[in-house]
Design a protein around this ligand. Structure first.
Ligand SMILES: CC(C)(COP(=O)(O)OP(=O)(O)OC[C@H]1O[C@@H](n2cnc3c(N)ncnc32)[C@H](O)[C@@H]1OP(=O)(O)O)[C@@H](O)C(=O)NCCC(=O)NCCS
Length: 170
């Protein structure tokens, strides 16, 4: 099985579009704004999204520069993740550096763990020493994914576990 991350691009096509129709709009706080869009709307969304890594400044206290990646398994997109390049006070409480999701039909095969592992590698390449993931208390699959990647629970709020991962060890 060949797994790879591909950075979002304005040239992304139907395979990614179809995968994004399978992932819910919002699941445990992980958002997929393409669910329900037309193909043309998705192509415009890609143009906007492709600019996010170069976003200037912080918007609304939590919109920071970020990069979106698709996870491909043997050439088929099965999920996606987002890496924020920095944190704000708000993101330290909820949001963190990394979000990830796997299309429902591909879950339970280890892809979630691999997706997070590859995203941690991208964070390391950007010079981020430690990444934060914030996971809702009832989201056991995501907690399992973070802990399998060396995550350390540092705090529990009313809603979430805050889990830090040292990017050098992954
Ligand atoms: C979280 C998510 C990415 C996991 O993807 P996945 O491909 O199924 O993950 P994996 O197959 O690598 O691992 C899933 C782990 O969760 C565990 N798990 C699944 N359901 C579980 C449950 N109800 N209780 C406890 N653990 C559970 C599995 O046993 C596995 O751990 P194990 O290998 O140690 O047994 C996927 O469920 C998803 O996309 N969820 C919706 C979006 C989301 O919640 N994103 C995270 C936001 S913080």
């Amino acid at each position: 099985m060949m797994l790879e991350l591909r950075k979002l691009s304005v040239n992304d096509g139907m395979d990614v579009y179809q995968m994004l129709q399978d992932i819910p709009l919002d699941e445990n706080g992980f958002q997929n704004n393409v669910n329900g869009l037309s193909y043309e709307e998705y192509k415009s969304w890609l143009v906007k999204k492709a600019q996010e890594p170069e976003l200037d400044g912080i918007v609304d206290g939590w919109k920071v520069p970020s990069t979106t990646y698709w996870l491909y398994a043997d050439g088929v997109p099965v999920g996606f993740g987002k890496l924020r390049h920095c944190l704000t006070d708000a993101l330290r409480k909820a949001g963190g550096h990394i979000g990830y999701g796997i299309a429902p039909q591909y879950r339970g095969k280890g892809y979630g763990k691999e997706l997070l592992r590859l995203l941690i590698g991208e964070a390391y390449n950007r010079g981020i020493d430690k990444v934060l993931v914030t996971i809702r208390l009832d989201n056991k699959p995501s907690q399992a994914v973070a802990l399998a990647n060396g995550g350390v629970i540092t705090e529990q709020t009313d809603e979430r576990l805050l889990i830090w991962i040292d990017t050098k060890q992954v």
